[in-house]
Design a protein around this ligand. Structure first.
Ligand SMILES: Nc1ncnc2c1ncn2[C@@H]1O[C@H](COP(=O)(O)OP(=O)(O)OP(=O)(O)O)[C@@H](O)[C@H]1O
Ligand SMILES: Nc1nc2c(c(=O)[nH]1)N=C(CO)CN2
Length: 169
């Protein structure tokens, strides 16, 4: 299977940049591109420290579930504890999109919803994604839309809370 996935990783506890680096390391030869590290204001209404985020593109011989397993393995390795929804965490890795043989996969399985149902609302996903793929598109409500346009539609304050930093490594 020839697949390509866009993943978003974030952390706001512990050695956050180190946790992001661990995701890139785990991807190894499957890593196609990684954005710089972004320092981002917390999204979702929980008062907490800023996050660091990275968006990456991976490709290989994996199905959508196997990309989710990859994300979970990375979270487990970072001793991720599931606690408050949208609350602080050592490492969160989400699957944003998966294409198989060039065709975007859709799924409404609660274990793996594709495309990720909140990605289009998150500047911390879209801004780094745009950096590594300026022509990226994301299907929202069944309609493919340019990530650049989705980002432009977000609240200016939210976008201003997403600041580009240096490389993950
Ligand atoms: N596209 C997806 N990527 C990652 N997890 C997903 C996806 N779709 C559904 N899930 C499911 O969502 C559940 C909760 O995931 P998680 O704890 O990472 O949520 P969260 O990061 O707090 O919130 P959000 O899903 O809004 O990012 C997981 O059990 C996972 O199976
Ligand atoms: N800026 C930012 N905010 C978040 C993030 C994240 O990675 N970055 N992850 C969350 C967990 O779902 C909740 N809020």
């Amino acid at each position: 299977m020839n697949s390509r996935a866009v993943l978003s990783a974030g952390s706001n506890i512990g050695d956050s940049v180190g946790f992001l680096r661990s995701v890139l390391d785990a991807a190894g030869a499957e890593l196609v591109a990684a954005s710089n590290v972004y320092r981002t204001a917390p999204w979702g209404g929980v008062e907490q420290d800023d996050f660091v985020n990275v968006t990456l593109i991976v490709a290989g011989d994996r199905g959508p579930r196997e990309w989710l397993e990859f994300c979970r393995d990375c979270e487990r390795a970072a001793d991720r504890v599931r606690d408050v929804r949208w609350g602080p965490r050592t490492l969160d890795v989400d699957v944003i999109t998966v294409d198989v043989d060039g065709v975007p996969v859709t799924s409404d399985d609660p274990e793996l919803i594709l495309p990720h149902p909140r990605a289009h609302q998150r500047a911390f996903v879209l801004a780094p994604w745009l950096e590594i793929d300026p022509d990226a598109t994301l299907t929202v409500d069944g309609r493919p839309q340019r990530v650049a346009d989705l980002l432009a539609e977000l609240d200016a304050d939210e976008v201003a809370g997403v600041r580009r930093g240096g490389p993950v490594r």
